[in-house]
Write a protein that binds this ligand. Structure first.
Ligand code: F6P
Length: 323
């Protein structure tokens, strides 16, 4: 009988629970024993490992966050932290680990694989910036939350003939900003991948104002060269350049909470189940993701140091549509 463990690491993402549930129940269906590691890699170091039965993962598919808890562990980046983690895994007789998380978490998974421990990663981050998967767990829910916020802000903006700077998450990646900006019908989108000056944003808002629009929506990625606060500071001094009166809203962590969408529940389920099948076939050191809508595995060593780029054609299209 094989003994496996699952952990969630880094920023929580809606759909993680669906993935935990699938890993545990598919593993149990094979006659394996399943364990959960609490608080990500930090929990491996502090030996927070407990058995998980089918009932332990009941009633979680519809919940956001992660039932196992998550953390960002700097200690795990050290050889000492990794040795301690391996010692605790051995203590529980665990022979394989599933790591549900984004870039940093997959780097940790790669490190354990390099030390000879069987690990399979599951692509999960609201940022959707993981090389090796077109889509990551949580981004669909985060986008839906961002678009709902944009829709709501557009209503109040129109009532007052105002512009809004709406800052969304994404770390150094503009995916959430670009996609929510397109789906929310933004007048301007500012992302880290494309150099955009405050003068350019001012020009786009002024043009919208002169065309008679009652609102000006600017979706700004938190990692852009000029984030929402910096743009707002610029516009304080250049109010006449934009026509509209201006307000700023930072969505922040609200994008990570809440009920996972159907897409994220299904994706988590597919990823989790596929990851267990891959381990059953003896795979290790790979990330489970989706490319061209097909479940895939990509070696962790190919992922290291890379990010999935945003589609420049979609960014151009967003500009055309903002007329
Ligand atoms: O990686 C997910 C993410 O939500 C990023 O979009 C954001 O920059 C970061 O995590 C925030 O991290 P924390 O939750 O540690 O503040």
């Amino acid at each position: 009988m094989k003994r496996i463990a699952v952990l969630t690491s880094g920023g929580d993402a809606p759909g993680m629970n669906a993935a935990i549930r699938a890993v545990v129940r598919v593993a149990l269906s094979k006659g394996w024993q399943a364990f959960g590691v609490e608080h990500g890699y930090a929990g491996l170091i502090s030996n927070e490992i407990r058995p998980l039965g089918p009932r332990d993962v009941g009633g979680i598919i519809q919940t956001g966050g992660t039932m196992l808890g998550s953390a960002r562990s700097s200690e795990f980046k050290t050889p000492e932290g990794q040795h301690l983690a391996l010692r605790h895994l051995a203590q529980h007789g665990i022979e394989g680990l599933f790591v549900i998380g984004g870039n940093g978490s997959q780097t940790g998974a790669h490190a354990l694989h390099q030390r000879g421990f069987p690990v399979i990663g599951i692509a999960s981050t609201i940022d959707n910036d993981l090389y090796g998967s077109d889509i990551t767990l949580g981004v669909d829910t985060a986008l839906n939350i961002a678009v709902e916020a944009i829709d709501r802000l557009k209503v109040t903006a129109s009532s007052h003939t105002r512009a809004f700077l709406i800052e969304v998450m994404g770390r150094d990646c503009g995916y959430i900003a670009m996609m929510s900006g397109i789906a929310g019908g933004a007048e301007s989108i500012v992302i880290p991948e494309v150099d955009t000056s405050p003068e350019q944003v001012a020009h786009e808002l002024q043009a919208a104002y002169q065309r008679g629009k009652s609102h000006g929506i600017v979706v700004v990625a938190e990692g852009a060269k000029y984030n929402a606060e910096q743009l707002a500071n610029y516009f304080k001094e250049h109010r006449e350049e934009i026509g509209f009166e201006l307000r700023t809203t930072q969505l922040g962590h609200v994008q990570r909470g809440g009920i996972p969408t159907v897409s994220d529940r299904l994706l988590g389920t597919e990823f989790g189940a596929h990851a267990v099948e891959c381990m059953a076939q003896g795979q290790s050191g790979v990330l489970v993701g989706k490319i061209n809508n097909q479940l895939t595995t990509t070696p962790h060593e190919q992922i290291a140091g890379k990010h999935r780029p945003v589609d420049p054609k979609l960014f151009e299209l967003a500009n055309v549509l903002a007329q």
